[in-house]
Design a protein around this ligand. Sequence first.
Ligand code: GDP
Length: 298
Amino acid sequence: MITILSGGTGTPKLIQGIVQIVDPADINVVVNTVENTYISGNYIAPDIDTVMYTLARIINEDTWYGIKDDTFITHETLKKIGHDEILRIGDKDRAIKIQKTELLGKYSLSEVVDIQRKNLGVKSKIIPMSDEQSYIKIITDEGEMSFHEFLVEKKAEPEVENVIYNDVNPSTDLINTIESSEMIIIGPSNPITSIGPIISIDGVKKALKNVYVVAVSPIIGGKPVSGPAAKFMKALGYEVSSMGVATIYQEFIDKFIIDVEDIESKKKIEKLILEVMTTNTNMKTIDDKLSLARCIFG
Ligand code: GDP
């Protein structure tokens, strides 16, 4: 049994490679929940749904949220009647969100996600990091805002001064799942806003120290492949580089995979982490994803 820690873009790409070489039934995915919120009356768990749709092979790979070939009739109708929905939610995707919202009246988030992933034929277990309402606040030069407001409404333009998330308890299966895994994979997700909230939960770092952990850097050549990770890392005083990511993860990882483009920093990183490997980590094709997955297990 292996466990993958995930956000909603970089790690799902890697998951597509991992499922080619590991039986999906032997995979758990622990998912960040800080962006979970209500939109248009429905509970939205962006990273959980992205991971679930990736494993169900229905993810929209153009956006890394939503279902491929979805229609937007409800979204367009809402707009026409004067409800300006802040996220473009597809019709099929909305059906999943409506069911999630209804089920949350009776069950915990972990239970709801388990019901939904089984309904979609997903064999891997998907574990929300917490069943409590978590949140993230981005403190910027234009004031405090939600992650969504920062990313979508403000197009990640404000200067970031700090990133804050609330303390939440681990979901029922979180610590036990980490402790009983043969290997933990920290995928190439945002180390501050996706992996950061998971590892800050009480007991997670301690559990990680007792298992074999491999991490993949989301930074290539001093830049994130996509998204605002650079602004967040800088704001918290980390260098925007694989070395900076190594600094964040060093106390609990055993192997760190960096891109060939960063080969000159390998020696420096080896002072922090025992095993450092270089390979192509830019996942554009399924072959890229598969070869990165092989490197993790190699
Ligand atoms: P979010 O939840 O949408 O913010 O997504 P994640 O946190 O899962 O992923 C965002 C991070 O993934 C960014 O920091 C990117 O640099 C990284 N990323 C995206 N695609 C790739 C890729 O192909 N290779 C690597 N190494 N990192 C990637």
